[in-house]
Design a protein. Structure first.
Length: 119
């Protein structure tokens, strides 16, 4: 099992920045990739950014490209999402997720952290 705990959410004005953190524990050796997803009220959960654990290859949703940066610290089992130039439409609950090589999908999820961007 892998446990994930997010932190760093909050209220920020449009144009501001926030950095989200995700701490992984448990069978972290089984993790092959980590990702950030978000869910706005009345909308489905959507992918934001992902990073592979070994090579730190990254990929982003179009909405995040150029504004968000995902990074990881394997020694500390931490994954970050640096969010700059935030917009009101970025308001959502942000979830951290882990993918294992065996499952090949994001099967572990954190409890989420609220990000609210005011206009």
């Amino acid at each position: 099992q892998v446990q994930l705990v997010e932190s760093g959410g909050g209220l920020v004005q449009a144009g501001g920045s926030l950095r989200l953190s995700c701490a992984a524990s448990g069978r972290t050796f089984s993790i092959s990739a980590m990702g950030w997803f978000r869910q706005a009220p009345g909308k489905e959960r959507e992918f934001v950014a992902g990073i592979t654990y070994s090579r730190a290859n990254t990929w982003y949703a179009d909405s995040a490209k150029g504004r968000f940066t995902i990074s990881r610290d394997n020694a500390k089992n931490l994954v970050y999402l640096q969010m700059n130039s935030l917009k009101p439409e970025d308001t959502a609950v942000y979830y951290c997720a882990a993918q294992t090589a065996v499952a090949g999908r994001f099967g572990y999820w954190g409890q989420g952290t609220q990000v609210t961007v005011s206009s």
